[in-house]
Design a protein around this ligand. Structure first.
Ligand code: NAP
Length: 484
């Protein structure tokens, strides 16, 4: 099967923070891949902007090095690097100053899509939005892309939304959650809404529970200062896990259109119940030999901020009343794995007798390290030995079914940037969604702060604190094994 690459319209993309970690690791190598695939028009321009004093040649060299380091096999296999680098430019700009803007204007063309990627801290979003307008760089068709974190609570998210809304219409604002750009996340929607098979079973009558795990093996690394003001709830649950929950739980939208999809996601967030404190387990990774503890890493010996969180949440609506959703995410865990698991209920009666034990259909959607989907079905164990049952996975991984071309799927960032150029907001969060997510999150955080809740220590390389296992064991359920 030959994959279809549909070129996007010609564009100028300005990356504020073009010298930063995210630009070097993800955005620029991703754009190079789109260039090599033929999706990025050859005339398109990419303009890096930051405070560092650099010229076009210096920026091109920086990007050449970044692609060599982070570009993967594309970096060695694609021979169009020089042509790609020729599309790059650089302007020295301080988001809070007035210098450099006319030079930027001089490097941009008219008559093409203009997109501005704010790959800088959220404290600069308002300054950039304002200066883009006052220096006449943005018109009614221009788009801005903003990175996470989008606020640290409801009040700050509202303030950010208000700042951006002063200068840009909601239809021009693209709030990135790169989890939504993953191939499998979109495939989840295709599987749910493109087949008759799943939707009739997709409710509390047939689904026992749903698990969402996002496990990382790394600690907080050099981000200790930021992380200790945030924690797993703000850094992961409020955005990534919440978005996954929305896609798995939402009602079918009337069409695959940005507002239709986002309206349904918003309803899910608004249907989330407050969470009982007994249904939340917070943890911090402990020291392990010469490996730092969380508190060492963030240089705060009294930190009560969590590097792990597990919770049981409920949705108050017709579809999901009574079906628990178990969420967990943490650092320094056993393996790097992001997975959504839908565990269906037992068959109402086993004609094979009690000896055959429990067999359940389980749909598992893996997001990383490998993307794919499997459905466990129960069959007869082949061979002699009577009627014995066994669960086998039905592999719905697209690469196997669709051939090697399907393995070469774009990374989430590349896909999302191309969506920005196309003007498609379906996979981006709307302002009201982000605010609703904070409105649910804030009281939970305030609750544990008021209780002086102390996170439970957990071993590095483990599944998190013992209490997190108990959260499910108490309900007669168990977490899926975290496998890389
Ligand atoms: P970073 O490595 O610290 O880079 C920040 C960039 O912003 C640099 O290019 C810096 O260059 C520029 N900058 C800082 N102050 C500026 C100013 N006043 N005016 C103009 N440019 C300025 O940060 P990052 O990791 O790339 O993260 C960027 C954003 O993405 C943050 O909001 C972060 O939370 C988010 N994010 C990052 C990742 C990731 O993997 N790195 C993942 C998700 C979200 P100069 O110092 O030369 O100005």
């Amino acid at each position: 099967m030959v994959s279809r690459v549909i070129p996007v319209d010609d564009f100028d993309l300005v990356i504020f923070g073009g010298t930063g970690d995210l630009a070097r690791r993800k955005i620029l190598p991703g754009l190079f891949r789109r260039f090599c695939s033929g999706q990025m028009p050859k005339d398109a321009r990419i303009i890096g902007a930051a405070r560092s004093d650099m010229d076009d040649a210096g920026f091109r060299q920086m990007v050449r090095d970044a692609i060599a380091e982070f570009g993967g096999k594309n970096a060695t296999e694609c021979d169009e690097l020089d042509a790609f680098l020729a599309a790059l430019h650089y302007v020295t700009i301080d988001a809070r100053g007035e210098g450099g803007w006319s030079e930027l204007a001089g490097k941009m063309r008219s008559g093409v899509v203009r997109a501005f990627y704010f790959s800088v801290g959220p404290g600069l979003f308002g300054d950039l939005a304002q200066r883009l307008k006052t220096h006449n760089l943005a018109d009614d068709d221009s788009r801005i892309v903003v990175e996470k974190p989008f606020g640290r609570d409801l009040a700050s998210a509202k303030a950010l939304n208000k700042d951006l809304a002063t200068y840009f219409d909601e239809s021009q604002i693209y709030r990135i959650d790169h989890y939504l750009g993953k191939e499998t996340v979109q495939n989840l929607m295709a599987v749910r809404f493109g087949n008759v098979l799943f939707e009739p079973l997709w409710n509390s009558q047939y689904v026992d529970h749903i698990q969402i795990t996002v496990a990382e093996t790394v600690g907080v690394g050099g981000r200790g200062g930021y992380y200790d003001k945030s924690g797993a709830m703000r850094d992961m649950v409020q955005n990534h896990l919440m978005q996954l929950l929305c896609l798995i739980a939402m009602e079918p939208p009337s069409k695959f259109d940005p507002d239709a999809v986002r309206d349904e996601k918003l309803k899910v967030i608004r249907a989330l119940d407050p969470v009982d404190s007994h249904h939340i387990v917070r943890g911090q990774y402990a020291a392990d030999g010469d490996k730092n503890s969380y508190r060492d890493d963030v240089e705060n010996p009294k930190s009560f901020v969590e590097s792990f969180i597990a919770m049981k949440v409920h949705l108050s609506n017709w579809r999901w009343a009574g079906t628990p959703f178990y969420l967990r995410t943490g650092k320094c865990m056993k393996a790097r794995s992001s997975e959504i698991t839908v565990v269906f209920k037992d068959a109402p009666h086993s004609i094979f007798g009690a000896d055959e034990g429990r067999h359940r259909n389980v749909l598992s959607i893996q997001l990383q390290p490998n993307e794919g989907m499997t459905l466990d079905v129960t069959i007869k164990e082949p061979g002699p030995g009577g009627m014995r049952l066994v669960d086998v996975p039905l592999d719905m991984t697209f690469a196997d079914a669709l051939g090697p071309e399907a393995e070469d799927v774009p990374d989430a960032y590349e896909r999302l940037i191309m969506d920005v150029i196309r003007g498609n907001q379906t996979l981006f969060m709307r302002g009201d969604e982000v605010e609703a997510a904070w409105a649910w999150t804030d009281p939970l955080i305030e609750g544990w702060q008021a209780r002086n809740d102390v996170p439970k220590p957990y071993e590095q390389g483990s599944n998190g604190p013992e209490d997190a296992l108990m959260l499910m064991h108490r309900d007669g359920r168990r977490w899926r094994e975290i496998k890389g």
